[in-house]
Ligand binder design. Sequence first.
Ligand SMILES: Cc1cc2nc3c(=O)[nH]c(=O)nc-3n(C[C@H](O)[C@H](O)[C@H](O)COP(=O)(O)OP(=O)(O)OC[C@H]3O[C@@H](n4cnc5c(N)ncnc54)[C@H](O)[C@@H]3O)c2cc1C
Length: 465
Amino acid sequence: MGKHAIVIGASLAGLCAARVLSDHYDRVTIYQRDELPDSPDNRTAVPQGKHVHLLMARGAAEFEGLFPGLLDDMVAAGVPKLANRPDCIHFAAAGHVLGTQTTLRKEFTAYVPSRPHLEWQIRKRALAIPNVELVRTSVAEPRYEPAGERVTGVLLDAGDESSAVAADLVVDATGRATRLPVWLDQWGFGRPTEDTVDVGIDYATHRVRIPDEVIKEKVVVAGASREQPLGLGMLLYEDGLWSATSFGTGKAVPPQSFTEICELADDILPPHLSAALRAGEPVGDMAFHKYPMSRWRRYDQMTRFPKGIIPFGDAVVSFNPTYGQGMTMTSIQAGNLRSVLQSSDPDIAGRLAQATKKTTWPVWTMNAIGDLALFNAKAEDVPWWYLRVGNLFDQFLGAAETEADLAEWFLRRFSLLDSLYMVPDARTLGRTVRHNMGLLLAEKFGRRSKRFTPSPNDRDPVPSR
Ligand SMILES: Cc1cc2nc3c(=O)[nH]c(=O)nc-3n(C[C@H](O)[C@H](O)[C@H](O)COP(=O)(O)OP(=O)(O)OC[C@H]3O[C@@H](n4cnc5c(N)ncnc54)[C@H](O)[C@@H]3O)c2cc1C
């Protein structure tokens, strides 16, 4: 289709884009401004890498489709694999501990790589593709030709013509801080409108060594709730250490020390898990990160757009990170890019923007409903039905505490499997209503619902494997 494609940014989005482009362009050059370690280490350009990153089951499958053999290699390198082991997962959403611990009817496989490890594995594979090259240089800006209303390449470092590199297509994968809206404005196209949600998320993470025999879970997720604006995620990574990430929603301040993380765990985790954390030895320093706003740049709504450039990854949409979807949604964007390139339609940017809108909308909307209805987020022009759907969903999660089928349905949709729409079918809704009617009747006779569903682990603080 083309001779040369340029990708700006060698993080997850840039690497996935390069993989797809390598099938359609003679050469793909990735320009990366900041240093890239030879090993699976954190890097300064991706500060979020120090915090818990959930890889959704859907994302794992999509990345494997792009880079065959990735998952087996990750497991060989020590990445935990949860193959139909529901007892490895403690999952609480909006204050409801889901009854996923005993039964999963459908096959469910999840992988738990750290963010640096996943990126390193993907980087190795992307850079091994014969027609993909990485150049450690910053791109100053795309090179724009007004006569043809098209981007014809990039200007490196100094930003003058002597540094120009020609390309048929330029991919902006520079993340949330993308300057594409500014450039579009300078070129006379205006900026894209933005959908935003002020989520006011504040992350605080400590790495912890917890003896194996103390804990059998590998994924512990306790999201924030209406009553408790703080949440906690704990993942066991390939280096044998746990990452314990606490977060505040709606500008709530998260723990500032390991001791405070343990105190939060006492409040929102079952006793055997908070005891396991307390039995752990904190490693290194705390890491902090602020994420004030989810942002969707609506390139799909622009009526004019230059040829020769496409935005990709977080540069288009950055999702509330506490839902753990960003990397998976990037892998889905890569699938969209592949379909668009296979279609041979010359309007690559337009078709990709529409395809990405289709996959982004359901996930963005459900996140916004959760943020605004349950987690004190703020946004302009909130549709009237958001709050109602949020309340209904809270009731659904209440029912999923004890209805294993509902819990499994939620786990799969949360993992972006089956469908990107978080809309229960009539049968599933019927079960919710029946369940909640039962609860109402039980309350009438004086019984109260419990915050935590006791699991066998609660009775046995040191579970056997
Ligand atoms: C706190 C936090 C927690 C998160 N947790 C999760 C999670 O649990 N699960 C999940 O799936 N996702 C999570 N995410 C989202 C995930 O990190 C991103 O979706 C993912 O990193 C993809 O980002 P990206 O590649 O688009 O951009 P980035 O990772 O931001 O990378 C942009 C790259 O572009 C390079 N660059 C920038 N400008 C230039 C230039 N001019 N020239 C050359 N190179 C340039 C940068 O050096 C960098 O390498 C989280 C995000 C945050 C902030």
